[in-house]
Design a protein around this ligand. Structure first.
Ligand code: ZN
Length: 112
């Protein structure tokens, strides 16, 4: 299914408790503060795919787990965020225009 994209929303600002969030993906919604570039939309659609694979709930459980694991190992909030496998995949592949067509299921596991 196609994600539902909402731009120019205040929701990401309200959710910026630990780190500054410019866009958030809550399957099937992609919600951003500003107009998103194609690259940012691709980043968020990668998260949509990850969430679909993990029935949404397991994505969020694992997301928090990986973030806490980074924190416990002494990382800053931003370092822990960038170390989450879901974010590693999204950041490394968001510039690849063909990625969403060629991505294999559970590709995020390559970034653990
Ligand atoms: Zn992300």
């Amino acid at each position: 299914m196609k994600p539902i994209i909402i731009q120019n929303s205040n929701i990401p600002k309200y959710l910026s408790i630990f780190i500054s969030i410019s866009a958030i993906t809550l399957f099937p919604f992609i919600i951003s503060r500003d107009e998103m570039s194609d690259v940012t939309i691709r980043h968020e659609i990668i998260h949509i795919e990850q969430q679909r694979e993990l029935f949404v709930i397991f994505f969020y459980i694992l997301y928090v787990w990986y973030w806490l694991r980074g924190k416990v190992s002494g990382m800053t909030n931003d370092e822990a965020y960038m170390n989450i496998p879901f974010e590693k995949e999204a950041y490394q592949k968001m510039h690849d225009e063909n990625y969403l067509e060629t991505r294999e299921n559970h590709a995020w596991k390559n970034y653990i």
